[in-house]
Design a protein around this ligand. Structure first.
Ligand SMILES: NC(=O)c1ccc[n+]([C@@H]2O[C@H](COP(=O)([O-])OP(=O)(O)OC[C@H]3O[C@@H](n4cnc5c(N)ncnc54)[C@H](OP(=O)(O)O)[C@@H]3O)[C@@H](O)[C@H]2O)c1
Length: 186
């Protein structure tokens, strides 16, 4: 059975974007990028809320020539190879290959996908992942806490969800970013 994994890069006070909708402060450095690339490599399918998809689809067309850093080329190639499902009631057609749009987030369909998939599945952004957490579908999360306090914005973790977590791994980076890998206990 595949796991459903939520990953987010957040400020220390827990926001994925600040009150201006900015998240430039969350851009990973080379060391974090290489680590994220290794997390992404085994993933078979990404589930995206429409807003996160609009950010991530950049990777469909970014140049992968020799002039690009190796971590960028690696991430782009990994991303392009994975399947994507985008949840949206407004998006008419995807802007990437291996991508389909779903109008409704159906917990039963996600459970069946987890049961049938042979590779793990990720979910993002925060709104869609929050719905999946509320439905008890998320098995693990990777939080990258960035050494900045932004004071408000969109929270990485949902309101009104209570869950006990078990720490699976942790790592700190030279930039001051801390990675926390948790399992959600059932
Ligand atoms: N911190 C970082 O490193 C980082 C990285 C990338 C992006 N970001 C930020 O994170 C944001 C994405 O997170 P988010 O929480 O704002 O949005 P999100 O979860 O990615 O997308 C929300 C959208 O997904 C669709 N959706 C959600 N639930 C649905 C359901 N049950 N059925 C059908 N469609 C559903 C809706 O699209 P429609 O409105 O089309 O119906 C909704 O407006 C980005 O916009 C960006 O600002 C941060």
């Amino acid at each position: 059975m595949a796991k459903l994994i939520y990953s987010a890069i957040a400020s220390l006070d827990g926001y994925i974007e600040d009150e201006q909708g900015k998240f430039d402060w969350a851009a990973p450095g080379e060391e974090e990028h290489a680590f994220v690339n290794d997390l992404e490599r085994p993933i078979g399918t990404h589930l995206y809320g429409r807003r996160m998809y609009e950010t991530m689809v950049y990777w469909e067309t970014v140049g992968t020539g020799a002039d690009q850093p190796a971590v960028i080329r690696d991430f782009a190639e990994t991303w392009r190879a994975a399947e994507k499902i985008v949840y949206s009631r407004t998006l008419q057609s995807p802007s990437s290959v291996r991508t389909r749009i779903e109008n409704d987030f159906d917990a039963g369909a996600i459970t069946r996908l987890k049961e049938s998939a042979d590779r793990d599945i990720t979910i993002g952004g925060a709104t869609l992942a929050g719905e999946a957490m509320a439905a008890g579908l998320v098995d693990e999360c990777h939080l990258f806490l960035t050494p900045i306090i932004v004071g408000g914005g969109k929270r990485a973790l949902p309101d009104n969800v209570r869950a006990q977590l078990g720490l699976l791994a942790e790592r700190s980076f030279r930039s001051g970013v801390v990675h926390l890998h948790y399992a959600l206990c059932v």
